[in-house]
Write a protein that binds this ligand. Structure first.
Ligand code: C2E
Ligand code: MG
Ligand code: MG
Ligand code: MG
Length: 280
């Protein structure tokens, strides 16, 4: 059918594109079903304070129990949920479920929830978060919202206004994946975050020489000077832990302490006082 070479090239790629589009449409339909049928589940990963030598709380991380594909990680479906707007109902469920789970824990434990930039464009993010807190009965100070630098890409003023309204509720705001964006430092100036989460890539790099130590020290010094706590993500071994302690990082999260676990596993894990293993 194709008369010229250029055309035939085009035809050559078309079936693949069709297949991709078909898979996307199918996944969007599957996501809608997942929302209606409650196929999502929150896993929880411990947040541990090195300065206080104690468990501070857990980060809620979403998983999708797909009927045929099994457990699907967030990176495989959150991007599509964001593109299609389905992140709004999903994100609303996440906040409610996270607050509910936290209400079953000791009341000195916090729960951290990831909020996507898209959710900042939703008409009533603040109201929905307030409702979730009220329904669960937890103190607002126990809820920590994790946002990334990407929320500042569009409509900075509106984003700031929402952040301040959220802060007025009493919730805490953490800057996630710090150091990976285009102008990380300038964002620290724009809002008084409660916590800076140092991206896992900086922790992974610690094994490869002195520069890594200097970067961690610089971030912790700067954050402390601004009145913000620091937490290092992705801590996998004792060597990284020792360096982070030495360079003044306040808290950690990572496989060294625990992988994300189900709500059921959290009960047993907390009961067994597993966090005590890190005390030093
Ligand atoms: P994040 O918020 O930076 O979460 C940390 C990710 O690092 C999690 O991956 C966690 O399992 C992983 N991790 C923790 N410790 C270690 C470690 O020691 N080594 C390694 N290799 N990885 C570690 P996960 O659960 O796959 O989540 C990936 C991302 O998906 C999250 O990154 C977050 O951006 C997003 N996400 C997760 N849950 C939600 C949610 O409920 N809503 C939204 N909007 N995004 C979510
Ligand atoms: Mg996070
Ligand atoms: Mg993170
Ligand atoms: Mg991350």
């Amino acid at each position: 059918r194709a008369k010229r070479e250029g055309k035939s090239c085009y035809h050559f790629f078309e079936p693949a594109l069709d297949e991709q589009a078909r898979q996307r449409r199918q996944m969007e339909l599957d996501l809608r079903t997942a929302i209606n049928d409650g196929e999502f589940e929150l896993y929880f990963q411990p947040l541990y304070s090195l300065t206080e030598d104690r468990l501070k709380g857990f980060e809620a991380l979403i998983r999708w129990n797909h009927p045929t594909k099994g457990l699907v990680p967030p990176n495989d479906f959150i991007p599509l949920a964001e593109e299609t707007g389905l992140i709004l109902p999903i994100g609303e469920w996440v906040v409610r479920e996270a607050c509910h789970q936290a209400s079953l824990w000791d009341d000195d434990l916090a729960v951290a929830v990831n909020i996507s930039p898209k959710q900042f464009g939703s008409p009533d993010l603040v109201g929905k978060i307030l409702n979730a807190i009220a329904a669960s009965g937890i103190a607002p100070q126990r809820l920590e919202l994790e946002i990334t630098e990407n929320i500042f890409i569009t409509n900075v003023e509106k984003t700031m206004a929402i952040l301040h309204s959220l802060r007025d509720l009493g919730v805490r705001i953490a800057l996630d994946d710090f150091g990976t964006g285009y102008s990380s430092l300038s964002y620290l100036r724009s809002f008084p975050f409660d916590k800076v989460k140092i991206d896992r890539s900086f922790v992974t790099d610690l094994a490869s020489g002195e520069n890594g130590h200097a970067i961690i020290r610089a971030i912790t010094t700067l954050a402390e000077a601004l009145g913000m706590e620091t937490l290092a993500e992705g801590v996998e071994d004792e060597e990284q832990l020792a360096i982070l302690r030495r360079e003044g990082c306040r808290s950690i999260q990572g496989y060294l302490l625990s992988r994300p676990m189900t709500a059921e596993q959290v009960k047993a894990w907390t009961g067994a006082d597993n966090a005590a293993a890190l005390a030093g």
